[in-house]
Ligand binder design. Structure first.
Ligand SMILES: Nc1nc2c(ncn2[C@H]2C[C@H](O)[C@@H](COP(=O)(O)OP(=O)(O)OP(=O)(O)O)O2)c(=O)[nH]1
Length: 232
């Protein structure tokens, strides 16, 4: 018999989870201070606990943007897991070993590796160089199963095509402060979206965490993404 869904209920809340062939919901830890990543996980149905890794990104070097992001994502995830282990127990509050995800995003543009801008002047100079051109945003992901120590790593690239904002538009955008806190000095889901004409690839990857890729990484750890959907 089909159950009538009232407007407040989503399909998920009426499914009896015990009837699903999924393992118990695992605790999911996001090893990132990024509010954008946390929001992406929430929108994907995953209620993550946040533990900021504290990794000093400035001391890490690499030959290209994708490699740098990969090294940093791994350092962040492993630093958080080590912290949990150091506490004597990788179990999170519900007594189940946690899944830990570290991410890092950098922009590859004209042969340069660009993270967050150093200053408003840096953000301005970057925009004047990027406008009318394209760049590649790399987000690396390192997902570790705290129960087994098994790690899965993936780096995803999305090409961004920029519009041609005027000097006045760039000045107004930098003055908002938004470009100062994000890799590449732009967002696609905030004010910066006005200056991005086209993307080639996964848009969540640009924001900071590729949700379709996370689903495939979880599957490699035998954790169906849908098993993490939190019921309200
Ligand atoms: N909302 C939004 N945020 C973006 C976008 N592009 C990049 N970001 C943010 C996501 C990350 O918070 C930040 C990239 O810097 P990182 O990968 O180093 O992460 P963050 O320093 O924020 O935190 P973490 O190092 O992981 O603790 O830029 C975008 O299009 N939209």
């Amino acid at each position: 018999m089909a159950m009538a869904l009232n407007s407040a209920q989503s399909l998920r809340t009426v499914i009896d989870r015990s009837s699903l062939p999924f393992p118990a919901v695992r605790t999911f830890i996001l090893a990132s201070a990024s509010p954008a990543r946390r929001k992406l996980l929430a929108q994907a149905g995953i209620t993550a606990q946040t533990i900021v890794s504290g990794v000093d990104e400035s001391v890490v070097q690499a030959g290209d943007a994708g490699s740098l992001a990969g090294i940093l994502a791994g350092l962040k995830a492993r630093a958080v897991l080590a912290g949990l282990s150091a506490g004597g127990d990788t179990r999170a509050v519900d007594g189940v070993d946690a899944l830990v995800l570290g991410c890092d995003s950098v922009l590859g543009f004209a042969g340069e590796i660009l993270g967050k801008p150093e200053s408003p002047d840096d953000a301005t100079a970057r925009w004047k160089a990027m406008r009318g051109r394209s760049a590649v945003l790399y987000t690396a992901h390192c997902l570790i199963d705290g129960a087994t120590g098994e790690a899965v790593e993936e780096t995803v690239a999305t090409t961004i095509h920029f519009a041609e904002p005027s000097d006045a538009e760039i000045a107004a955008y930098v003055a908002t402060g938004e470009p100062l806190d994000v890799a590449g000095s732009f967002t696609i889901d905030g004010l910066g979206g006005a200056f991005v004409t086209r993307l080639e690839g996964d848009h969540t990857n640009v924001i900071g965490l590729s949700i379709p890729t996370l689903r495939l990484m979880l599957a490699r750890l035998n954790v169906p993404l849908v098993s993490l959907w939190s019921t309200p």
